[in-house]
Design a protein around this ligand. Structure first.
Ligand code: OXD
Ligand code: MN
Length: 597
């Protein structure tokens, strides 16, 4: 078998070594051409791996179903394999690299037999740019190839940019038996290597995304002096044409895609305000020559959650998903060969297959048992091209990225966090990021949700020790002469009946406007124990059915709740271990002292 399929001997030798283990029938280089992609799509449809949808309603769109035991990222089977356990830290699962290579080699052995090996050369960020990092993913799945073609920049030009360098991330993926008990998503940051086996689900197998652009990249960023973050990037255009950029980190399923593609309310639109999307999930950030922090979205598409996406929540995402898109695990409407998901509209199809491919009866839908009764899986996805997004920023392909004015952290908190507050310094902002948390909706009526600490929304994605990661944040702050201001938002505050108080979605623009006004020094704020909070009058509520008193309530800080939170934060820091920077303990002590006054 010819394994010399590139001009790079490091690539060829690695392919040969992997091929010896997985034993493919042939090796196919993915060249990024339309002809090759068309032929792979046709092949996937002929085997049932994909279903071609109604091409009039959904041009270029396809449906794929994963195995029913393989529908989400698997954090408990995700490992950081550093030679020293302490370098992976307490929050990550760790395996000794030698042991892991040996264990997984057995699972990979012969796993491609009878199937081709697809070699995908891809770039995270614009090929040839200062931000760009290259990877090669080997896979036995056409679905993976077609998703990678949307999510990353793939093609021969990546190999040309790599030249004869050994500096690429080696990713090996095999579906093997899709055995959940033998599923492993393993990262070897010291070897620039990712091994994924026994899964066919996006976040586990599209290796450019979480595995490379967050876990491996965060490790590289620390080594090289930049940051890889779980952040959307958006630009707010002012009526005079100026655009200010914000990056924001929220835990998974807290509305990053919706915020990134926000449509401002009428009162802003009529004045000429617009919001442009640069990215919805990942930001790579570097200090520019001008002393500002510059960001790119290293991805080339969106891997968005389908349920809940609709004309109100995110018309831009809906439009983007209506062409050249791969839908995964959504409901298949057999009457018109289109797709449907919970929250799309109030018309579930009567003649449909559910995400498992079984005949679906929408009248049996039970909110308490979504996985078994819904048409679309709660984690069903659309893989859509950034260039098809109506609000994609004209800076999306700019190799320099965009200058960031504000960093925003956020979580889902029923009571504790106010609608918005601002840190008093970069160090305090790092502290705010480190204590980020989100509440799961509690099953028992009336019970408060379970709080999961998710620092910087990176809990599942830091490729090294969390304490070291916070030190890296503090160090970065020292090198950014003109650092972004750091904020925290909470769209999810509820009243005593558990209803959300803030309308969210497009109206979040009102909070972004305050944030940017603060960055420009255009508005005052109230100093509270947790940071700067807006004067209620400074949140624009014109056109909203909300009173100033409600805004006051949304902005209130309950000292008792915060003191309870401090105790929980202390416990979490202890869990993170002995590499938590002293500066963060100082911030915690100072917060407690201010609250106790
Ligand atoms: C996530 C995602 O799980 O982006 O965060 O898919
Ligand atoms: Mn994400």
């Amino acid at each position: 078998m010819n394994t010399n399929i590139t001009k790079n001997t490091f690539v060829n030798e690695w392919i040969a070594e992997m091929a010896k283990m997985v034993k493919p029938s042939e090796i196919i280089l993915i060249d990024g051409s339309k002809e090759q992609a068309d032929s792979l799509r046709a092949q996937a449809c002929s085997t049932g791996e994909m279903i071609k949808l109604n091409q009039e309603a959904l041009p270029g769109c396809y449906l794929h179903r994963t195995a029913i035991n393989d529908v989400a990222r698997v954090e408990d089977r995700t490992f950081i394999c550093t030679s020293k356990k302490e370098d992976a830290g307490n929050i990550n699962n760790w395996m000794d690299p030698k042991e892991c290579y040996a264990k997984l080699s057995k699972l990979y052995e012969g796993s491609y037999s009878g199937k081709p090996m697809y070699v995908i050369p891809y770039s995270m960020s614009v090929v040839g740019s200062d931000f760009a990092k290259y990877g090669i993913e080997l896979t036995d799945s056409i679905y993976v190839v077609l998703n990678m073609l949307i999510m990353t920049r793939v093609g021969i030009n990546v190999l040309e940019a790599l030249g004869d360098s050994p500096d690429f991330i080696k990713g090996l993926h095999a579906r093997a038996d899709i055995d959940a008990e033998k599923r492993y998503i393993c990262h070897f940051p010291e070897d620039n290597t990712i091994w994924s086996v026994n899964s066919g689900y996006g976040g586990n197998v599209l290796l450019g995304k979480k595995c490379f652009a967050l876990r491996i990249a965060s490790y590289l960023g620390r080594k090289e002096g930049w940051m890889a973050e779980h952040m959307l990037i958006l630009g707010v255009e002012y009526p005079n044409g100026d655009v200010k950029y914000i990056s924001a980190a929220f835990p998974s399923a807290c509305g990053k895609t919706n915020l990134a593609m926000l449509i401002p309310p009428e009162i802003y639109r009529e004045k000429g305000y617009k919001v442009w999307c640069v990215g919805d999930d990942i930001a790579w950030l570097r200090v520019g020559k001008d002393g500002r922090l510059w960001a790119v979205n290293p991805e080339n598409g969106f891997f968005g959650v389908a349920p809940g996406t609709n004309e109100k929540s995110n018309p831009n995402a809906l439009y983007t998903s209506m062409r050249d898109c791969i839908f995964t695990n959504v409901c298949h409407n057999l009457d018109d060969n289109t797709v449907w998901w919970e929250g799309l509209n109030d018309n579930p199809p009567a003649n449909a297959l559910n995400w498992k491919g079984e005949k679906w009866d929408y009248t049996k839908y039970d909110k308490a048992d979504k996985v078994n009764t819904s048409g679309a899986h709660p984690n069903s996805r659309f893989t859509a091209m950034a260039e098809n997004c109506p609000c994609i920023s004209d800076k999306f392909n700019d190799p320099a990225g965009v200058p960031i004015s504000a960093i925003v952290f956020g979580g889902r908190r029923a009571k504790t966090a106010p609608l918005v507050y601002q840190s008093t310094s970069w160090q305090h902002g790092t502290f705010i990021g480190s204590i980020m948390a989100s509440e799961t909706t509690a099953a028992a009526a009336g019970a408060v949700g379970v709080v999961r600490r998710d620092p910087m929304a990176m809990r599942p994605f830091v490729g090294y020790d969390m304490g070291d990661y916070w030190s890296h944040w503090l160090n970065m702050g020292k090198n950014i002469a003109n650092a972004p201001k750091i904020f925290h938002v909470n769209w999810f505050r509820t009243d005593d009946e558990g209803h959300f108080i803030w309308p969210g979605f497009g109206d979040n623009m009102r909070v972004l406007a305050w944030i940017l006004d603060r960055c420009e020094g255009k508005v005052d704020a109230v100093e509270t124990p947790i940071g700067y909070v807006p004067y209620a009058e400074d949140i624009n509520i014109s056109g909203l059915d909300i009173s100033l008193d409600t805004i006051r309530e949304l902005l209130s800080v309950d000292k008792e709740l915060w003191l309870e939170d401090c105790a929980a934060i202390k416990k979490f820091y202890e869990q993170v271990g002995n590499r938590v920077p002293a500066e963060l303990y100082e911030e915690l002590a100072a917060l407690e002292a201010r609250l106790a006054k």
